[in-house]
Design a protein around this ligand. Structure first.
Ligand SMILES: Cc1cc2nc3c(=O)[nH]c(=O)nc-3n(C[C@H](O)[C@H](O)[C@H](O)COP(=O)(O)OP(=O)(O)OC[C@H]3O[C@@H](n4cnc5c(N)ncnc54)[C@H](O)[C@@H]3O)c2cc1C
Length: 398
């Protein structure tokens, strides 16, 4: 392209900010429009496997992130009632040796703050808050972003990074098919120092049980322990990440589970609950000078812990595609082509992972041991995860 386009981004979440940073670093002008009045993120953890940390390192964020992440020794699978433990995979040095990049557990607010500050360091007025985007318009040689307060801003192209309830996706595709999964998810944070010694271990744990599973992992250099619990329950259908619940209600979803699971439920500061909704992956998420990315284009169930990482990969690949293309339209199509197959595979793989974690056979003690030993062999684990972690968004063909 003769000159670098001016890119308008809807949404200053992890994906929108990664795209903004990757573009600013390449000399693009960028403006980000965020609905919230204050830039902030949820008090929750996010796992950043090697395919995400590789991108964050390429963006020059390694030093800052190393100060705030937690690098755990490994990940384990535990049986819901007996607590019997199986190794899932090693992390720490093993991730660096095998995939060339670390596996980080990080507080979402910390990651978001590092991305935000890096964007603002390159363009101090790049992020516009209290700016809810409600639609777009393709113009000859331009694209217009419409805000709820009546403003219309014009740029060369628009990136819809406005999350799972994306208004831009709604305009492009309508509401689309979605399916309530009959699963409630709980999240909360506990101070690690108040947990019993066994829960304080610096590992990621995946408790699997009939109709539910529980994930715990340490954050912020081990200061906090993240808790996420999934239970099959048909009566809660609100898909919001910020609805508070009670410890009693959360504990009731894990009746008869191991005392360590109940200990962490009692020690989280505030449990929040949300309903899981499945959506069919899109084949097309580009319309002229407008593209979607992250949860706006390929929302996923959280069972492979790859939603935020896909948004990070998207942001970097999008910048590479615009750089590599003669026109904006070509760059956006190139982006979609480069990403559609991988993201679809992750969304579908995530749904399959949930079924594996919740298998009814886990109700029987002897069958549970055989099931875990057979389902989480090193070979099966490598087949499930290596292709995710090996992908290099900084060099993948575009
Ligand atoms: C509890 C939980 C745990 C998770 N764990 C992991 C994990 O371990 N690893 C992982 O990779 N993924 C994980 N995910 C998934 C991951 O968080 C999401 O996939 C990721 O946040 C998507 O990033 P995004 O930038 O596309 O969307 P979001 O993070 O949702 O950001 C969208 C942004 O757009 C803003 N916005 C929304 N609508 C508008 C609008 N109309 N106009 C302007 N701004 C708007 C929002 O306020 C927000 O700032 C988890 C999700 C949850 C809920």
């Amino acid at each position: 392209m003769a000159s670098k386009p001016h890119v308008l981004i809807a949404g200053a979440g992890i994906g929108g900010l990664t795209a903004a940073l990757a573009l600013l670093q390449r000399g693009y002008d960028v403006d980000v429009y965020e609905q919230a009045s204050k830039l902030a993120e949820l008090g929750a953890g996010v796992q950043i496997a090697a395919n995400g940390s590789r991108v964050l390192r390429a963006l020059g964020l390694e030093k800052e992130l190393e100060r705030i992440v937690c690098v755990a020794a490994g990940k384990e699978v535990r049986i819901w009632n007996t607590g019997q433990t199986f190794k899932l995979f090693d992390l720490g040095e093993d991730s660096v040796q095998r995939f060339g990049a670390p596996y980080w557990f990080v507080h979402r607010g910390d990651l978001h703050a590092v991305l935000r500050d890096s964007v603002l360091a390159l363009k101090a007025d790049a992020i516009h808050t209290s700016a809810r985007c409600v639609g777009y318009e393709n113009m000859p040689g331009a694209a217009r972003l419409k805000l709820e307060d009546g403003r219309v801003v014009e740029g060369d192209c628009i990136v819809g990074a406005d999350g799972v309830h994306s208004r831009l996706r709604q305009q492009m595709h309508g509401d689309g098919a979605s399916e309530f999964m009959g699963i409630i998810a709980w999240r909360g944070l506990a101070r690690r120092a108040v947990l019993s010694t066994e829960l304080q271990r610096l590992v990621g744990t995946n408790w699997v049980g009939p109709g539910g599973h529980v994930i715990t992992y340490p954050l912020r250099g081990g200061e906090l322990m993240n808790f996420v619990g999934f239970g099959e329950r048909a009566d809660w259908k609100v898909e919001s990440w910020t609805t508070p619940g009670t410890k009693e209600e959360c504990a009731a979803d894990f009746t008869n589970w191991h005392p360590l699971v109940h200990e962490i439920i009692q020690k989280v500061d505030q449990p929040y609950k949300w309903a899981l909704v499945g959506r069919t992956p899109l084949d097309v998420w580009v319309d002229g000078r407008v593209t979607l990315m992250g949860d706006a284009s390929h929302p996923t169930l959280p069972f492979l812990a790859q939603g935020a990482i896909m948004a990070i990969e998207d942001g970097f690949v999008l910048a590479r595609c615009l750089d590599a293309s003669p026109t904006i339209e070509d760059g956006l199509k190139r982006f979609q082509n480069a990403r559609v197959e991988r993201t679809r595979k992750i969304v579908l793989g995530s749904t399959a992972a949930g079924q594996r974690f919740h298998n009814p056979v886990l109700a029987d003690d002897a069958a549970a041991v055989a099931y875990v030993a057979q389902e989480w062999t090193p070979e099966k684990t490598r087949t499930r995860y290596d292709w995710l972690f090996e992908y290099d968004a900084t060099t993948a063909p575009v």
